[in-house]
Design a protein around this ligand. Structure first.
Ligand code: 13P
Length: 210
């Protein structure tokens, strides 16, 4: 897909996430890897109303090249995109249920959501490391996220929200949606003694679809 098509796809998927309540106000940001750098949603932009022409463009070293001023979370996206060379995109949301889990889980936990359903395992994987709280935009979060992202497609920022990568922008959005729904199920079933997938079932999913 060329850059113009990716800009249009980014605006379309942002609007879809916003329309379905995965993002509210100006929460959340998305980055996409390009052959000559990255696209990044502008700071204080609403994912529901992105103008493809104004999306920020960053150089390979993440310096701002063109478009509106990029998200304050450039460090967060850089942490994941440099840790995962195969990742084509990163989606950060404050989606309600994943953020609720981010308020309950202890930093350092690696599986705060049980493997209740196959698609959570297939899209997000076995690990969802919980990173300690940092102020939004604080560059100090970069090394913690970078280290955790080497072994995980997604991380959860304590009291803040999920950061999810994917091979493509669509993959990252799908994984972010699965993570939010898995978090919702986990909260719905909290304390109810729900059956999780077994370790063998998780292994089978990851060896078949991972
Ligand atoms: P930006 O508007 O700078 O992208 O920040 C929004 C956000 O989600 C902070 O975590």
């Amino acid at each position: 897909m060329d850059e113009a098509a990716l800009r249009a796809q980014l605006a379309g998927l942002g609007a879809s996430l916003f329309a379905r309540g995965y993002s509210v106000g100006t929460a959340g940001n998305i980055s996409v890897r390009l052959p000559d750098g990255f696209l990044m949603t502008p700071t204080n932009s609403c994912l529901g109303r992105l103008d493809p022409a104004r999306i920020s463009k960053l150089a390979p070293d993440f310096a701002h090249v063109s478009g509106d001023k990029p998200s304050k979370e450039v460090f967060m996206h850089r942490a994941v995109l440099t840790a995962r060379p195969d990742a084509g995109a990163v989606v950060h949301l404050h989606s309600t249920h994943a953020t609720a889990i981010a308020c309950l889980a202890e930093p350092g936990e690696v599986a705060p959501i049980p493997p209740l359903t196959p698609y959570f395992v297939m899209r997000v994987g076995r690990n969802l490391p919980v990173i300690r709280y940092y102020r939004p935009g604080d560059g100090a979060m970069e090394s913690d996220i970078h280290e955790a992202a080497k072994g995980a497609k997604a991380v959860l920022l304590a009291n803040h929200g999920p950061v999810v990568s994917g091979r493509t922008l669509e993959d990252a959005v799908h994984a972010a949606e699965e993570l939010e729904e898995a978090a919702r199920l986990a909260l719905l079933l909290r304390g109810a003694g729900a059956r999780s997938l077994t370790a063998a079932q998780v292994d089978d999913l990851l060896s078949t679809f991972g």
